[in-house]
Design a protein around this ligand. Structure first.
Ligand code: AMP
Length: 282
């Protein structure tokens, strides 16, 4: 796997792919990799000629009191995992390459980024959109791969790519889970053993709501109440939101119809965990 530590080597790598008429698949990450990230690399390998991953803990998507400084950084293990998965190149920029002196431009996502996670993390999705825009321009991928675990992020980026006519296909891939259903996340490392056990009830709450949906329940408040009940029973105190939304627009619905997705966020110990499930999928 080629290590691309600076913009010149990234540009040379991208230019060589262009010359060879190879389609680039791109997997942007913040590192502390796990099987969820690797599933994106695997799909990228299947669908593209070459795969480049990036690891960049993006300062502009963290709030002032969030975990930017303490975000897990495990570069050596990450490199080995990516190489083992057959990733062709790893782009490892530092903050000065992405945001050089004098940087001032902003990307504003609009309403899609203001609700749900955007309420407790104001500006978060603008920061995500900003870094993804810069990375897309540097890497020039044909296809970019994102996890549906970060469902709102996926919707925001897909919308941005369409709105701004970015020449990239944005693909969302299923959430990879631990044996008890907990969505894999770099932030699961923050969980103490008891918290880790309780965290499994996030998935159980989504499953319970889906059961009610399947049984015919179409009142979003009832579905949300069912998930909340399971979270409470599972000892999850710090629920931030539980919401049923339309899958593409993330709009609330009076009666659930079309493709509904349930999204939730909760604090468990030091970790802020999110998860979601499309209720209408098998
Ligand atoms: P992150 O490093 O957390 O920014 O995540 C990088 C990419 O991996 C994003 O597109 C995430 O949605 C995706 N991802 C994170 N966790 C998972 C998971 N458990 N399953 C699938 N994709 C994931």
């Amino acid at each position: 796997m080629e290590l691309l530590n600076d913009l010149a080597s990234l540009r040379a790598w991208v230019a060589a792919r262009d010359l060879a008429r190879e389609r680039i698949g791109f997997v942007p990450t913040m590192g502390a990799l796990h099987a969820g990230h690797l599933s994106l690399v695997r799909q990228a390998r299947l669908r593209c000629d070459r795969v480049v991953a990036s690891i960049f803990v993006n300062p502009t998507q963290f709030g002032p009191h969030e975990d930017f400084a303490n975000y897990p950084r495990t570069l050596e293990a990450d490199r080995a995992m990516l190489a083992g998965e057959g990733c062709d190149a790893l782009f490892l920029p530092d903050a000065g390459m992405i945001y050089p002196d004098g940087f001032g431009t902003r990307v504003v996502v609009g309403p899609l980024g203001e609700d749900l996670c955007g309420r407790s993390r104001p500006g978060h999705f603008d920061g995500v959109a900003l870094v993804v825009t810069i990375l897309f321009h540097l890497v020039r991928p044909a296809v970019a791969f994102f996890g549906l675990k970060d469902y709102q992020q996926f919707v925001v980026i897909r919308r941005m790519a369409r709105d701004l006519a970015m020449p990239v296909e944005v693909v969302g891939l299923p959430t990879v889970r631990e044996a008890d259903g907990l969505a894999m996340s770099s932030r699961n490392r923050y969980l103490e053993p008891g918290e880790r056990q309780r965290a499994g009830s996030l998935y159980r709450a989504l499953l319970a709501a889906k059961e009610r949906y399947r049984a015919g329940e179409r009142d979003p408040a009832v579905l949300e109440g069912e998930a909340l009940r399971v979270l409470r029973e599972g000892g999850i105190e710090g629920v931030e939101y539980v919401a049923v939304r339309e899958a593409e627009s993330l709009a609330p619905m009076e009666r659930v119809s079309g493709e509904p997705v349930m999204l939730l966020a909760a604090r468990v110990g030091r970790a802020r965990l999110i998860d979601n499930m499309v209720l209408s999928l098998a």
